[in-house]
Design a protein around this ligand. Structure first.
Ligand code: GDD
Ligand code: MG
Length: 369
C-alpha cells in the first residue's frame, strides 16, 4: 500500500521553530516527528511512501535518504513553488497508480487505517476523509455528512456562523487515482477549497470516516507543547525513546544526574544529559541529547532540544528552548519560544508568549519587565 505525505508547508504558525526546519522535522520526544509518522504507517504495512515537499526539502532528504534505514521505501516529489495540497499530490501522480492514502504531515493520531480502508472499499468511495470532533472547528475544514456518512458539504475554515457540526477533516484521506485527473497540473490547487467541493458538485461518492481516536494537529507552539504532554501522559500510543531510569523517568545513554536533583515525572531525557545539584525537573518535560541543567534550576512542563545549556538558578517553564541555546544564570523563561542557537544573557525575563528568532543574542538584563 502506498501513501503520500504532505510535508511542503512553511509552518508559518509554528515560527520561529520552523525558520530553519520544516514542521515535520521538529523533534517530538527527541525524534523528528516524521519518524513517528513513518512508524505509524509501518504498523499498517504501509512502507511505500512519497514525501511531497516544497519548503526546505534538503533538510528532510538529508535525514531520510532512500528511507531504507527507517524501514521504508521513500520517493520524493519536490515543488519549485507551493502547489497547494491537491496540486502537491498531482505533482506525485506518477507514484499514484492505485488506491492511495494521503496524510497531512503535521497530525499525530491513533486512527485505525485498516478500518478506514475497509470502509472506503465497502462503500465504493472515490475519496474517504477521516473525521474527528473538535471543540472549535473554525481553524479546520468542516465536514457535514448524511446518516450513511456520505459527505454533503465541505467548508474550509468556516466562519463561526457556518459551524453546524463538530466534525472536521482530520487530514487523512484515501483517494482513488482517477480523482487526480480533475486536478490541474503545475497549478496551485487545494483539496479543501478545490477538489472536494468539485467532487461534491459532480456527485462523486465522497465519504467521511469519523472516529474518536486520539488526534492533534501540531500546527502552533502551543500544540507542540500539548502533544508532548499527551505523549508523556500516555494519551496516545507512542513510546518515547529511553530506558526506564526511575519513577516516571526515561533516560538515554550516559546521563549524569546529581543525587540532589529532583525529578517529578513524566520526564524524558536524551543521551548525555547532565542535571546539576538541586536542579528540579517537573514533568511533563522532554530534554534532548547533550543538554546541561545547572544547579538550582527548574525545568517544568517544557521541551528542550539537543545541545542546549541551562545555567544556574534558571527557570524554564511552559516553554520551548530549541537546539544549541545558552541560557545564562538567573534567566526566567516562562511561556516563551526560543529558536535554535540563541544566547539568553543572565537576568532576562522572557514571558507571555515572547518568541526569540534563531541565533539571537540577548545581553544580560535586556528584557526584565
Ligand atoms: N507539498 C505541499 N505543498 N504540502 C503542503 C502545501 C503545499 O503547497 N501546503 C500545505 N502543505 C502541507 C503542510 O505541510 C501540512 O502537512 C499539510 O499540507 C496541511 O497544511 P496546514 O497548513 O497544516 O493546513 P491546516 O492545518 O491549516 O488545515 C488542514 O488540516 C486540517 C487538519 O489539521 C486542512 O486540510 C483542514 O481541512 C484540516 O481540517
Ligand atoms: Mg495543520
Amino acid at each position: 500500500m502506498r501513501a503520500v505525505i504532505l510535508v511542503g508547508g512553511e509552518g508559518t504558525r509554528m515560527r520561529p521553530l520552523t525558520c530553519n526546519m520544516p514542521k515535520p522535522m521538529l523533534p517530538v520526544v527527541n525524534r523528528p516527528f516524521l519518524e513517528h509518522m513513518l512508524d505509524y504507517l509501518k504498523r499498517y504495512g504501509i512502507s511505500d511512501v512519497v514525501l511531497s515537499m516544497c519548503y526546505r526539502p534538503d533538510v528532510i532528504q538529508a535525514h531520510f535518504g532512500d528511507g531504507r534505514s527507517f524501514g521504508v521505501e521513500l520517493a520524493y516529489a519536490v515543488e519549485q513553488t507551493p502547489l497547494g495540497t491537491a496540486g502537491a499530490v498531482k505533482n506525485a501522480e506518477q507514484h499514484v497508480d492505485e488506491t492511495c492514502f494521503v496524510f497531512n504531515g503535521d497530525i499525530l493520531t491513533d486512527l485505525d487505517l485498516r478500518a478506514m480502508l475497509e470502509f472506503h472499499r465497502r462503500v465504493g468511495a472515490k475519496v474517504t476523509i477521516a473525521l474527528t470532533p473538535v471543540e472549535d472547528p473554525t481553524a479546520y475544514g468542516l465536514v457535514e455528512t448524511d446518516a450513511d456518512r456520505r459527505i454533503r458539504r465541505f467548508t474550509e475554515k468556516p466562519a463561526p456562523d457556518q459551524v453546524t457540526t463538530n466534525l472536521i477533516n482530520a487530514g487523512t484521506y484515501i483517494i482513488e487515482p482517477e480523482v487526480l485527473g480533475l486536478v490541474p497540473p503545475d497549478t496551485f490547487y487545494m483539496f479543501e477549497r478545490g477538489l472536494f467541493p468539485l467532487l461534491l458538485e459532480k456527485g462523486e461518492p465522497m465519504f467521511g470516516f469519523p472516529s474518536h481516536s486520539y488526534w492533534i494537529d501540531i500546527g502552533t507552539p502551543q500544540k507542540y507543547l500539548a502533544v508532548h504532554h499527551d505523549i508523556l501522559l500516555g494519551h496516545v500510543s507512542l513510546q518515547p525513546p529511553g530506558e526506564r531510569a526511575g519513577d516516571g523517568l526515561l533516560a538515554g545513554k550516559d546521563c549524569i544526574v546529581d543525587p540532589t536533583a529532583r525529578i517529578v515525572g513524566p520526564v524524558v531525557l536524551g543521551d548525555r544529559v547532565s542535571l546539576g545539584p538541586e536542579a528540579s525537573i517537573i514533568g511533563p518535560v522532554v530534554i534532548g541529547n547533550d543538554c546541561q541543567v545547572g544547579s538550582g534550576s527548574t525545568v517544568e512542563e517544557a521541551v528542550v532540544w539537543n545541545g542546549t545549556s541551562i545555567g544556574e538558578k534558571v527557570t524554564v517553564k511552559a516553554s520551548v528552548a530549541a537546539a544549541r541555546c545558552t541560557i545564562a544564570d538567573g534567566a526566567i523563561i516562562d511561556g516563551a519560544i526560543i529558536a535554535d542557537g540563541c544566547s539568553i544573557g543572565s537576568g532576562n525575563r522572557l514571558e507571555r508568549g515572547i518568541k526569540v528568532w534563531p541565533g539571537a543574542t540577548l545581553a544580560p538584563n535586556t528584557i526584565t519587565f
